[in-house]
Design a protein around this ligand. Structure first.
Ligand code: GTP
Ligand code: MG
Length: 273
């Protein structure tokens, strides 16, 4: 990548940015930051009390970036302490634990808390969010798979990384991409670049994949009433196939959803004379 960069003689201006961490208690926010800044991992849980603050310097292209990191406590008890730290943020590290479905489901509530604290004039559009699906080393307990996490993140225009603060997997790639995106944002007058802000699939596709994942049986999956006719089943199938066909749909999880729809149709038609 460096080889393609223009060779500039003048060093770029230094930049000061603010990033915050968000997510439920115990998902690994502090450990992710510690792994990146101090190259170490602590297995004992030391809950963050209110807020931890640190400064670190990073190099992005030819710019020196001074990063102010506000590591928030996830516990609801600390809401009063953390609520004043949402303002003037360029980047958010949004973390969940892949072995704790609750922590994934809570991501929307974290966004809502931030939005509420920023008030009616706050603009979340021009903040870089990176979602960390953390603790991927705990493979046995994993209950939120990659496509589910990636779909949630990318449908909102957020970055997505699979991470382990314990092994270090994904951590430096995540921070590198995160900081480059923030510098791009700053160099673009504080506005997110178009390529970062829009997903390459539609909301309808994302919602349909989520609905298919959560469906309770084949009827439900195809969106038809139990006992529907062959024609109704085929019509529903065709509509979903057009929407989710892997040649047409790049949304995470579309391939599995498409296969599930094919299987559901086959199973239902088998029982119709
Ligand atoms: P609060 O400060 O209470 O909001 O929690 P936090 O999100 O900062 O969690 P913290 O980083 O303190 O980590 C919580 C626990 O998870 C600790 O026991 C860590 O050792 C453990 N942990 C964090 N990241 C990982 C990981 O990637 N893998 C594993 N196996 N454990 C992790
Ligand atoms: Mg913490």
């Amino acid at each position: 990548m460096e080889a393609n960069m223009p060779k500039r003689k003048e060093p770029g201006k230094s930049l000061r940015i603010k990033v915050i961490s968000m997510g439920n208690a115990e998902v690994g926010k502090s450990c992710i930051i510690k792994r990146y800044c101090e190259k170490r991992f602590v297995s004992k849980y030391l809950a963050t009390i209110g807020i931890d603050y640190g400064v670190t310097k990073v190099q992005v292209r030819d710019r020196e970036i001074k990063v102010n990191i506000f590591d928030m406590a996830g516990h609801p008890f600390f809401y009063e302490v953390r609520n004043e730290f949402y303002k003037d943020t360029q980047g958010v590290i949004l973390v969940y634990d892949v072995g704790q479905k609750d922590s994934f489901d809570a991501l929307d509530a974290w966004l809502a808390e931030m939005k509420q604290e920023l008030g009616p004039h706050g603009n979340m559009e021009n903040i870089i969010f990176v979602v960390c699906a953390n603790k991927i080393d705990c493979t046995k307990h994993r209950c939120v798979d990659e496509s589910e996490g990636r779909l949630w993140a990318e449908s909102k225009g957020f970055l997505y990384f699979e991470t382990s603060a314990q092994t270090g997997e994904g951590i430096s790639e995540m921070f590198q991409t995160f900081y480059v995106s923030i510098v791009d944002l700053c160099e673009n007058g504080g506005k997110r670049l178009a390529t970062n802000s829009s997903a390459s699939f539609t909301k309808e596709q994302a919602d349909t994949i989520r609905r298919i994942r959560n469906s309770k049986d084949s009827w439900d999956m195809l969106g038809v009433k139990p006992g529907a006719s062959r024609d109704e089943i085929n019509k529903a199938y065709r509509k979903l196939a057009v929407l989710l066909h892997p040649d047409k749909c790049v949304a995470p999880g579309s391939e599995d959803a498409f296969k599930a729809v094919v299987n559901a149709r086959t199973a239902l038609l088998k029982n119709i004379k």
